[in-house]
Design a protein around this ligand. Structure first.
Ligand SMILES: Cc1cc2nc3c(=O)[nH]c(=O)nc-3n(C[C@H](O)[C@H](O)[C@H](O)COP(=O)(O)OP(=O)(O)OC[C@H]3O[C@@H](n4cnc5c(N)ncnc54)[C@H](O)[C@@H]3O)c2cc1C
Length: 360
């Protein structure tokens, strides 16, 4: 039994879900959680539905750091940035202190990508603090340009349009969700946006108006500079099937992890990883298992659900395109169904879909 503390770096969905499942298995070992923010706990996916769900930013916070500390029987250190990890001495160095660990879990999330621009008023949305910075400026303008038409760009477009903002969605792809969903679904979403008065501006080299309030949603990446001793790429810290990095007693979970080469920046994979890793941290090594996990695009007026295989680039096969919506199947080379994409009323079919697991 390891008597030294378990230290989790990060109190987002990954750090908190792991702490919660693990604590049920080990009620006594010391748990330390470190976070560079104020430790407010919120469900991050709600950031892109604030207005359509008629919430405020404060409504999103469901637990404070103090609540987490009591609920998880943990010492939670807020405003504490980890600056280095000495994996020989098993010590974590922060801006304020030094902590010894028995096991350490990296749950530090991801960073937003940027592209060159000359905008005076520009923002990115990857956490609550980002939105807190955007909010006062947002309330002063009628128009917003959103650069990047991926999942988050489309959801923010939908939500800010709901709030009455005039939106220009700027993309280097001819239709939204180009890397995520089949073409017909992207085209249908684009039509839906245009019908709602949203301007879709396609240009391989996007022209960004420097005088408009601009929100960049051009993707996420992992900061490979922070803890350089780990095996990693822009997709995250590389881990094995147990979530363990290349260094003993250090694990990674969430947006900052790529398990067996798979980096999925969603809640479902975090839940699956937390369940297995909790056992592993209690001396019951348990491989991480990923079922097929659908993602709902929260454009509620035009709902979309996509379940796309993370490693096999199967072909999208159109099954239906009618008044009730669109159905696609993703087919492997062996003609096995490995994924699907649904829109509108057909989204209800997601509960009836059975697919082989992604990582068995
Ligand atoms: C707008 C938006 C909408 C989304 N919608 C969906 C959705 O509908 N469905 C879905 O499945 N997923 C969605 N996602 C993705 C999902 O929310 C993320 O995958 C998940 O929240 C990531 O959790 P995490 O704990 O890995 O990272 P984070 O929540 O980013 O947490 C990182 C933690 O690490 C801490 N940290 C970082 N660096 C340090 C350091 N050096 N020292 C100390 N602490 C540090 C931070 O303070 C924070 O506590 C959405 C994401 C966004 C941005």
């Amino acid at each position: 039994m390891n008597s030294k503390p378990l230290i989790i770096i990060g109190t987002g969905a990954a750090g908190t879900m792991l702490a919660s499942t693990w604590r049920r298995l080990d009620p006594t070992r010391t748990l330390i959680m470190l976070t560079q923010n104020n430790g407010d706990y919120y469900h991050k996916p709600m950031l892109s539905t604030i207005f359509s769900k008629e919430k405020t930013l404060d409504d999103l916070v469901t637990k404070t750091a103090q609540d987490l500390s009591e609920e998880l029987n943990a010492k939670v250190y807020t405003k504490t940035s980890v600056v280095a990890i000495d994996t020989e001495l098993k010590q974590i160095k922060t801006n304020t202190d030094c902590f010894e660990y028995g096991d350490c879990v990296l749950a530090i999330g991801s960073e937003t990508r940027t592209i060159p621009h000359e905008c005076e008023s520009h923002f990115q949305i990857n956490d609550l603090d980002d939105y807190r910075k955007l909010w006062p400026s947002l309330e002063k303008v009628d128009s917003v340009q959103i650069v990047g038409a991926g999942l988050i760009g489309c959801e923010l477009t939908h939500d800010l349009a709901y709030h009455g903002k005039k939106i220009t969605l700027i993309s280097n792809t001819p239709y939204p969700l180009a890397e995520f969903a089949p073409e017909a679904i992207g085209i249908a979403l684009k039509k839906h946006f245009i019908d709602r008065g949203i301007q879709y501006q396609y240009d391989p080299n996007p022209k960004i108006d420097p005088n408009q309030l601009t929100v960049f949603t051009v993707g996420l990446k992992h900061n490979t500079q922070l803890f350089p001793q780990f095996d990693q790429s822009e997709q995250g810290f590389k881990t094995n099937r147990f979530g363990q990095t290349n260094i003993d007693h250090v694990y990674a979970i969430g947006d900052c992890a790529q398990m067996s080469g798979i980096n999925l920046r969603y809640i479902g994979p975090i839940r699956a990883t937390a369940a297995a890793m909790s056992n592993t941290l209690c001396q019951q090594p348990t491989p991480i298992h990923f079922d097929a996990m659908p993602v709902a695009v929260k454009t509620h007026d035009y709902p979309i659900v996509v379940c796309k295989h993370p490693t096999i680039s199967g072909k999208w096969q159109l099954e239906k395109n009618d008044a009730q919506g669109i159905i696609y199947s993703q087919m492997s080379e062996e003609n096995q169904k490995i994924g699907y994409a649904l829109t509108s009323q057909y989204c209800e079919l997601r509960t009836k879909m059975t697919l082989p697991p992604w990582v068995a």
